[in-house]
Design a protein around this ligand. Structure first.
Ligand code: BTN
Length: 321
């Protein structure tokens, strides 16, 4: 068995949240106790909260339902193909490496990412089993222009999926950050490849916090997870299916008619509507009042009595001090 498969099997064995001795685990996987100790160590480095009690063995701090390709597929409403990975650098990167072999709708999920990517070149901390790390591929035959505004439509898809899944109401921060009770719940990173005039390949990456460990590193802004809004244990397989179903429907609609079908919904969810904000782009900061989005997805900001519309992936928006 490869190291990767051994680690996957080990997680399955301890997923029940009970104590397992190193010896029993070693016997089940056909490796030594010392090797088990090393694999457990690498799992804790990936963010799994495992502790050890002398005489009893290893235990996960809480039981974990692992992602399961069959369970998710059974709840999908489209025939999009799906792959579930254990540990990967980045699900976006995984898709980018396979674009020639996949078709629109191909989706992959991972339990952990070692080099998860966020917007503005930031890292996306991706502890094992704590969240959803999902990427979907879509090819727009009409090229770049056909994908403009897509990130806003994806934000709306996330809002609809969370509402259907657990009645959770979220807000959107332009262009597509998902906020719950004023804190970041999810983020979207869309990576686009293509040349002007030719078809364009889009990788839509979503990171949705579900059950984050308490000791997560400071990520520079307030964040939360879905467990704060849902009383029952969250089944990440069902949640993934809701998300994929909504995303694929959104991508089909978007391909047909663009942003127009999503603009009103986005406006209803606008976190910064009529609030004091600052727009930061490199060294440049503009302050003003958020005045919603334009019909083509730009951010409208009122400053010195005039409203201007801003576009561009490099801008980040924050509450003004
Ligand atoms: C953001 O900065 O708000 C965007 C975060 C996007 C994270 C997701 S997790 C799945 C996919 N793979 C990545 O490497 N990044 C995206």
């Amino acid at each position: 068995m490869s190291k990767k498969d051994t680690v996957t099997q080990l997680v399955k064995l301890i997923a029940d949240g009970q104590f397992h001795s190193g010896e029993a685990l070693g016997n089940q996987l056909g490796i030594s106790r010392a090797a088990i100790g090393k694999h457990i160590h690498s799992l804790t480095e990936l963010g799994l909260d495992i502790f050890k009690v002398v005489g009893k063995g290893y235990k996960l701090s809480r039981p974990l339902t692992l992602l399961d390709v069959d369970q998710i597929t059974a709840e999908l409403t489209s025939n999009a193909s799906l792959e579930v990975l254990s540990v990967i650098d980045s699900t976006n990167q995984y898709i980018k490496g396979r674009i020639e072999h996949i078709s629109s709708g191909f989706t992959c999920l991972a339990e952990a990412q070692t080099a998860g990517r966020g917007r503005h070149g930031r890292a996306w901390i991706s502890p094992f089993g704590a969240s959803l790390y999902l990427s979907t591929y879509w090819r727009f035959a009409d090229g770049y222009q056909a994908a403009a505004g897509l990130s806003l439509a994806v934000g709306v898809a996330l809002a609809s999926a969370l509402k259907q899944f657990a009645g959770v109401d979220i807000a959107l921060k332009w262009p597509n950050d998902v906020y719950l009770d004023g804190k970041k719940l999810a983020g979207v990173l869309i990576e686009v490849e293509g040349q002007f005039g030719a078809a364009c390949d889009c990788v839509i990456g979503i990171g949705l916090n579900v059950n984050l460990p308490t000791d997560i590193a400071d990520i520079g802004q307030p964040f939360t997870d879905l467990s704060h809004a849902v009383d029952e244990p969250i089944n990440r397989n069902t949640l993934s299916a809701y998300l994929i179903n909504e995303l694929i429907d959104t991508l089909k609609k978007f391909e047909r008619s663009g942003l127009v079908e999503f603009v009103e919904q986005w406006r209803q969810l606008d976190f910064y509507a009529n609030k004091a904000i600052k727009l930061i782009s490199g060294d440049h900061t503009i302050t003003g009042i958020g005045r919603g989005i334009s019909d083509n997805g730009g951010l409208r900001v009122e400053s010195d009595g005039a409203i201007k519309t801003y576009y561009g992936g490099e801008i980040s928006v924050r509450a003004a001090d």
